[in-house]
Design a protein around this ligand. Structure first.
Ligand code: AHM
Ligand code: MG
Length: 335
């Protein structure tokens, strides 16, 4: 986007998406209409998160989701909000959520439902009640015309390289939306006084190296030996002084890694032998953003984005961040 004159222009996320869409030869405006549904949903979620202590939204619902995790009230509210905002967009054919057992097919969309939206409505559930950053993650795929629309699982289980767009919103000291459509990574800050996401960073690049590693080191004894060896090295004099930073919300840990560099790790553990994070709506969108910003994402054996998913809520080990730091981890860990 060209900046003319001395004053910095105010560009909203809607304007930005429309501008970028012009680069697509057959752009219909449908895609920006879909993304505007996501931005609306995250503004509603942000308003609840910011008033969480004042509304009756803290604590759990007493229910357990398909992943065996206790559902928090805000998880449920965020999930419903996204379904409400996307269900009427017309061009959204299938919606997949961390909180739902199965994909939801939007029947009203019929043949017009060209997109599949996958999301983690409120990532970092353990931080909801304690005022620590949480977030929403989303990934967008195209409905594959060559596959029967009724074969919903085949439609949904596409590798991450097929993503049309990916992004997240971090509900932190400010609310920041980050997205990519495969043409760089762009960041917007929600200006609460006008209710709009305003462009704050364009074409974000991740530093190629960074002296921070981010991992739940409490599980250390149950990590593969190679990961334990990397952690020993990172603390040694040879490594030159790493710091540990771990929020426990992927969105917040990734946001920091994107801006400052470093590496985020969620390797296999004794409890979660494939790692904890979900491929379709946690690892894949972050991997697309990382690669678009010049970083990398690996499951230890290869590119996360090339993994062929075999189940909706499939988990994957995740090594994510600055290219140089991901490569260092892989020198130690060869699964
Ligand atoms: P959630 O989607 O149920 O909140 O779980 C995912 C979260 C990630 O945000 C975070 O990276 C990870 O779980 C933290 O797990 P742990 O508490 O095992 O370190
Ligand atoms: Mg999550």
């Amino acid at each position: 986007m060209t900046v003319r004159g001395g004053a910095r222009p105010i560009i909203t996320v809607q304007q930005h998406i429309l501008e970028h869409q012009r680069h697509f030869p057959h752009a219909t405006g449908e895609f920006s209409w879909l993304l505007s549904g996501i931005t609306l949903a995250t503004k509603i979620i942000a308003s609840h998160v910011q008033r969480a202590g004042l509304l009756d939204v803290l604590g759990d619902t007493g229910q357990v989701n398909v992943q065996g995790e206790v559902v928090q009230k805000l998880d449920e509210l965020a999930n419903q909000t996204i379904h409400r905002c996307l269900g009427y967009r017309g061009n959204v054919g299938i919606v997949v959520s961390e909180e739902d057992d199965e994909p939801r097919v939007i029947h009203e969309a019929g043949e017009k439902g060209r997109y599949i939206v996958l999301f983690d409505p409120l990532d970092g559930s353990s931080n909801i009640d304690v005022n620590v950053s949480i977030g929403t993650i989303f990934s967008i795929l195209r409905v594959r015309e060559e596959i029967n629309r009724q074969d919903v699982m085949s439609q949904v289980l596409q590798p991450g390289v097929q993503q049309l767009a990916a992004g997240y919103v971090v509900y932190g000291s400010s609310v920041v939306m980050t997205y990519t459509t495969g043409m760089g990574v762009h960041m917007f800050t929600l200006d609460p006084s006008i209710g709009a996401y305003v462009l704050t960073r364009e074409y974000v690049t991740m530093p190629p190296k960074g002296k921070t590693y981010s991992i739940n080191e409490a599980y250390r004894a149950t990590f593969p030996q190679g990961i334990q060896d990397f952690l020993d090295w990172a603390k040694s004099d040879d490594a030159g002084g790493y710091s540990l930073r771990y929020v426990g919300s992927l969105v917040a840990d990734f946001h920091r890694t994107l801006l400052k560099g470093g590496v985020f790790l969620y390797p296999p553990t004794k409890k979660d032998q494939k790692g904890k994070l979900r491929l379709l709506y946690e690892a894949n969108p972050m991997a697309m953003l990382a690669e678009q910003a010049g970083g990398a994402a690996s499951d230890g054996t290869g590119r996360v984005l090339e993994k062929k998913p075999s189940a909706l809520h499939e988990r994957t080990p995740l090594i994510l961040g600055s290219k140089g730091e991901v490569e260092k981890v892989l020198l130690f860990w060869k699964p």
